[in-house]
Design a protein around this ligand. Structure first.
Ligand SMILES: [Zn+2]
Length: 340
């Protein structure tokens, strides 16, 4: 007699009378498998032989790659099961995500999807820097905030949503405007920095600080119907100044406030930033280093531009002239680019 069951989403016919341990052996499942689910409930390893497999059962099993001990609770193993089941990621990758500390600068258009997805993914420590309050005009794209949050500090509103999304994440907030005096101390506690800022002075300041501290920076900007993205690995690839040596002249590039931005573009570029961060944490794939991705929403096209480290770069070149952090004065809003 045989019965029909579902294993990891696929229908299978197996002989009747097996328990879960026997079934896994029958399926020649890797001995490193430590977690199995029977009809949506977790079965501790010690109880596999006590559970009989019956017709119509839905069984899922999750690989723990690379052995070693994982500091993941049963709730976390279940919550992140769609990650852990990825062979490239596994329990090892999820543990790296849990151990990671990521700083998101700007809790706005880009910062919203970045922070949401990193919190959902289980990044252990998530820092958020923003000195703004939620404004009605933000809500067209800044999905961390709701209508009721209008007037509240963005970091408070953001923390509430992220903690509701995933209470396992420690959210640290900095209700401060990033400047040359506080940036070093703030980034010091983090492994990876994400740029979701809305103005050039902060963008250059963050670039310089990350280069000096040797911290990876996932850099992006959006404006109107387009966006751009690159990953800066100090010492390995170009920094923002290698690509754009000087901030644009005042008024040369309009801000989102002046020129507008299609809200959903923040989602497209922000989720790409979150993906880059998760790749950097887990070591999966090839990061966007030395490449600038340019997104054109009107045409729905992506273009990749090769960007090179410059020997003459003021901050990471052979003879850097910027050895102390400096700030560009934000004399008026005309400086603002990508209002993230
Ligand atoms: Zn450079």
């Amino acid at each position: 007699m045989s019965i029909k069951i579902t294993v990891n989403g696929e229908e299978k016919e197996i002989k009747q009378g097996l328990n879960l341990a026997e079934l896994l052996a029958e399926l020649e499942v890797d001995p490193e498998v430590t977690v199995a689910k029977l009809n949506d409930s977790m079965v501790p390893q010690g109880e596999l032989a006590e559970r009989d497999v019956e017709s119509g059962d839905n069984i899922e099993y999750i690989f723990f790659m690379g052995g070693g001990a994982f500091d993941l609770t049963e709730e976390e193993i279940e919550r992140y099961s769609r990650h852990i089941i990825l062979k490239d990621l596994g329990g090892t990758g999820q543990q790296k995500i849990k151990d990671a500390k990521v700083l998101v600068v700007g809790a706005g258009g880009l910062g919203s999807p970045v922070a949401f997805y990193l919190a959902a993914a289980g990044v252990g420590t998530l820092g958020l820097v923003d000195s703004d309050h939620v404004d009605l005009t933000n809500l067209q794209r800044q999905i961390l905030h709701t209508t009721e949050d209008t007037g509240r500090p963005k970091v408070d509103s953001a923390r509430e949503k992220l903690e509701a999304m995933n209470p396992n994440v420690e959210v640290k907030t900095y209700n401060q405007y990033l400047n040359k005096d506080n940036v070093k101390a703030i980034i010091a506690d983090y492994d990876i920095i994400v740029d979701g800022v809305d103005n050039f002075p902060t963008r250059y300041l963050l670039n310089d600080a990350c280069v000096m501290a040797g911290k990876p920076l996932v850099e992006a900007g959006i404006l109107q119907f387009s966006g751009q993205l690159t990953t800066i690995m100090p010492g390995e690839g170009p920094c923002y100044r290698c690509i754009f040596a000087e901030p644009p002249k005042e008024g040369a590039i309009p801000s989102c406030q002046e020129a507008g931005v299609l809200g959903a573009i923040a989602g497209t570029i922000g989720t790409l930033q979150a993906t880059e961060v998760l790749k950097l944490i887990t070591g999966i794939g090839r990061p966007l280093v030395g490449r600038m991705l340019v997104y054109d929403a009107k045409d729905l096209s992506f273009r990749e531009v090769e960007v090179k480290k410059s020997d003459k770069c003021d901050v990471c070149g052979d003879n850097p002239v910027i050895t102390e952090l400096m700030e560009y004065e934000l004399s008026c809003n005309l400086h603002q680019q990508a209002e993230a």
